[in-house]
Design a protein around this ligand. Structure first.
Ligand code: SF4
Length: 267
């Protein structure tokens, strides 16, 4: 049956983190205050406040090592290369993504790449065939992404994501700071690139000579798990190739439509 709990593999100095799981308890008021405080700040200033001044407490980056991940990871590595970087290894990624993850982490000098994997027993029980993605993608994302991340988050007060407002209609108007409503802990979600347009990302890639995910050149502007990612035609939202054919835009890690209580399972 395998392991009883989701595994957490820390590719770092191996230190044991002594942390009691107390609720961060940030509020909507805290988030609004942070958005006001950093309304005119640069992306670098936001990241320095988060990583060095710890305005959101102990945070980890959640990265898919996808098409645009290198920009945020490069900025973070320049400030604190020991920032924890969480990668959800669903068991369904393109092999190119796993190779890109390792190469990019090494190139940027990231010293705390943490790979999270699903609970083996849960996989056996709920997705033994490995085909749950084909008939219940929400359930598959729950087992392979949401639950492993939720378990890992006991150590953190918040996350930094690479989401951008331009990526899809459901991400339009994304704020820099959000209250994470995936549970009741009151964690903060930081979206430093919320207002970055696609051309700024491209310019940053060029300016810093960052390596591209190898699948971008093959027509994938947004890259998730292999079974749930398809190519995108000109003029489509960059994320329209994710869960194509399903009424699903996010995987459950991010929750767009939070203000109206709607739950749409994101990565
Ligand atoms: S993106 Fe697809 S394969 Fe990956 S966890 Fe979600 S449903 Fe499963």
């Amino acid at each position: 049956m395998g392991n009883a709990k989701p595994r957490r593999e820390d590719h770092s100095d191996g230190r044991t983190i002594d942390r009691i799981d107390t609720a961060p308890t940030f509020t909507e008021g805290d988030v609004a205050a942070l958005n006001r405080q950093f309304a005119d700040a640069s992306t670098d200033e936001v990241l320095r406040a988060v990583l060095l001044d710890r305005v959101a407490g102990d945070v980890a980056v959640v990265s898919s090592f996808g098409a645009e991940s290198a920009v945020l990871l490069h900025m973070i590595a320049a400030i604190d290369p020991a920032t924890p970087v969480l990668f959800l290894d669903t068991g369904k990624h393109f092999p190119e993504t796993l190779a890109y993850r390792d190469a990019l982490a090494e190139r940027l000098g990231l010293t705390r790449l943490i790979t999270l994997t699903p609970d083996d027993a849960l996989i056996t029980k709920r997705d033994e065939s490995g085909l749950r993605w084909s008939y219940d993608p929400d359930g598959c994302c729950d087992i392979r992404k949401v639950q492993p991340l939720a378990a890992a988050m006991a150590e953190f007060d918040g996350t930094i994501t690479g989401r951008k407002g331009f990526q899809s209609a459901t991400r339009a108007g994304l704020a820099r700071f959000e209250l994470d409503k995936s549970d009741a802990a009151g964690r903060i979600k930081v979206n430093p690139l919320a207002n970055w347009p696609a051309d700024r990302l491209a310019a940053y890639f060029a300016e810093h000579d960052l390596p591209a995910h190898p699948l971008v050149a093959q027509g994938y502007p947004s890259i998730g798990c292999m079974p749930c990612t398809s190519k995108v035609a000109a003029g489509e939202d960059p994320r329209s190739g994710r869960w194509r054919g399903w009424d699903k835009t996010e995987c459950g890690i991010h929750v767009p439509g939070q203000d109206d209580g709607e739950f749409e399972p994101a990565f």
